[in-house]
Design a protein around this ligand. Structure first.
Ligand code: UGA
Length: 456
């Protein structure tokens, strides 16, 4: 029997099996979310990670980050015995049919990304799959430079690829922090960048079982799939830097409000209403990292990259625009007390990676202000950077009490409900800087409200 025929038979059996057994390597935000949603959907799921402490905690139902719904999912899947967590990769690969590779690709100082985790993972996987001798589908979720799958991943598996014992599919992830579960359950698109038609077909079959009715799918080669991910995030970043640039103009024009402009241009279907909220600049573990990776990557081919660098430059300048608002009201001065509401890079997360709050608080400290901070979820992470250099407050009231200025940096829903009376009653003087545009300027007209994109 030729190995090709055996492969065809195995693949056929694989495709027709109702529920494929799933493993997820790398239990960060993306990996853990995928593993839990899979197991709750009824797929046998094993989550594997090299971090022993993480696995110990997950077995006890404790995730190492905050994400709405994740704790409940974890609790449910553990209690119902639907998921298994382990550090044993061999056992994992032998007992599952397809594996999502979700290891991190952290940024390096030169703007490129570090591939060491993905390289380690695929070498380990290769060794194990060689002895498994049964077909296995590898799905790369990690964000990697265009051509990484072709030049770094596929060569490692060349022997198994020839024998038809493995397929590799680049299947980028578009889920947002704060909406991980919803975005997995209701994706706007699935991109399947397979090395072969078979791998793509099997993954499509898996998604058919997962969703019942398939979401829209684009099949392409792995390199196109890799670039789709970067293009997607770069476009989102561009929209934000665009509206922040408009906001900076608005601020100089009395009576002009960027929110009205966003609403108006968002009605044009060619533009669309989303991602037009002006603010202190975009942060998080993805947009800044992917943008600088794309800048670095495009410079390999064209030294004249202008657009992506400009988008990045606008973003890096935006925290200074926030500080200028404090300067404008003469409060960027030693011994003034400033209350910072919101430290996370956006609401509904405890993530402070590349959050603008970090840059801004550093500058406030440098200018010798007394900095009091509050965040519903991100204070522990902030403490790891700032230690005892600032004052951490458990409540908003405690934070704004007796302060000269209040700066809103994250759009938490609880902050949206704050009343003008509260600021008036508790602050030394009710100077408010709304860098997220969550307060209604009309309601706050009797207080000194400065805001990004608000000309007054
Ligand atoms: C982003 C993308 O939105 C996801 O599609 C993608 O899957 C993810 O990166 C990733 O590559 O893994 P995320 O980092 O969770 O998701 O955050 P976003 O919701 O995109 O927000 C990024 C930053 O832009 C935040 O700081 C947010 O406050 C800011 N932002 C967003 C604005 O300043 N204005 C807006 O109108 C929208």
């Amino acid at each position: 029997m030729s190995s090709h025929n055996s492969y065809k038979r195995q693949t056929k059996r694989f495709i027709s099996s109702k529920k494929l057994r799933v493993s997820v390597i790398g239990l960060g935000f993306v990996g853990l979310s995928i593993a839990l949603v899979n197991s709750k959907k009824g797929f046998t799921t094993i989550g594997v990670d090299v971090n022993k402490e993480k696995i110990r905690n997950l077995k006890k139902g404790i995730p190492d980050f905050f994400e709405p719904g994740i704790e409940n999912y974890l609790d449910y899947c553990l209690k119902s015995n639907l998921i298994k967590f382990t550090t044993n990769l061999e056992e994992t690969l032998f007992n599952t049919d397809l594996t999502f590779v979700c290891v991190g690709t952290p940024p390096k100082n030169d703007g490129t990304i570090d591939l060491k985790y993905i390289k380690n993972a695929i070498c380990d996987i290769h060794k194990i799959l060689k002895s498994k001798k049964k077909y296995h589908l590898l799905i790369i979720k990690s964000t990697v430079f265009p051509q990484t799958t072709k030049d770094v991943v596929l060569p490692v598996f060349s022997d198994l690829l020839k024998k038809g014992l493995v397929d590799v599919v680049m299947n980028p992830e578009f889920l947002r922090e704060g909406y991980a579960i919803k975005d997995i359950l209701e994706p706007h698109l699935i991109v399947i960048g397979g090395n072969s038609k078979h791998g793509g077909q099997i993954l499509e079959k898996y998604y058919r079982n997962f969703y019942g009715k398939l979401p829209e799918i684009i099949h392409c080669d792995p390199t196109t799939a890799e670039l789709i991910k970067y293009a997607n995030n770069a476009f989102l970043a561009t929209k934000i830097s665009f509206i922040n640039s408009i906001a900076n103009i608005c601020q100089n024009l009395p009576g002009v409000d960027v929110n009205v402009i966003s609403k108006a241009i968002g009605k044009d279907r060619r533009i669309g209403p989303l991602f037009l909220n002006a603010g202190p600049g975009f942060g998080g573990s993805c947009l800044p990292k992917d943008l600088s990776a794309l800048i670095n990557f495009s410079k390999r081919y064209d030294n004249t990259d202008m657009l992506f660098s400009a988008v990045e430059k606008v973003n890096k300048t935006q925290p200074i625009k926030v500080l200028n608002l404090i300067k404008k009201i003469n409060l960027l001065k030693p011994s003034k007390t400033i209350s910072v509401l919101g430290l996370a890079f956006k609401k509904d997360t405890d993530d402070i990676r590349a959050a603008t709050s970090i840059e801004i608080v550093k500058k406030l400290i440098k200018n010798k202000l007394i900095v009091k901070v509050h965040d519903p979820k991100a204070m522990d992470n902030f403490k790891k950077i700032f230690g005892n250099k600032i004052i951490y407050c458990q409540t908003v009231d405690e934070c704004i009490k007796n302060s000269d200025c209040c700066l809103i940096l994250t759009e938490w829903d609880s902050y949206k409900k704050l009343s003008p009376q509260k600021f008036k009653k508790l602050m030394k003087k009710p100077n408010i800087i709304d860098a997220r545009r969550i307060l209604d300027p009309k309601k706050f007209s009797k207080l000194n409200l400065q805001a990004i994109g608000l000309g007054n």
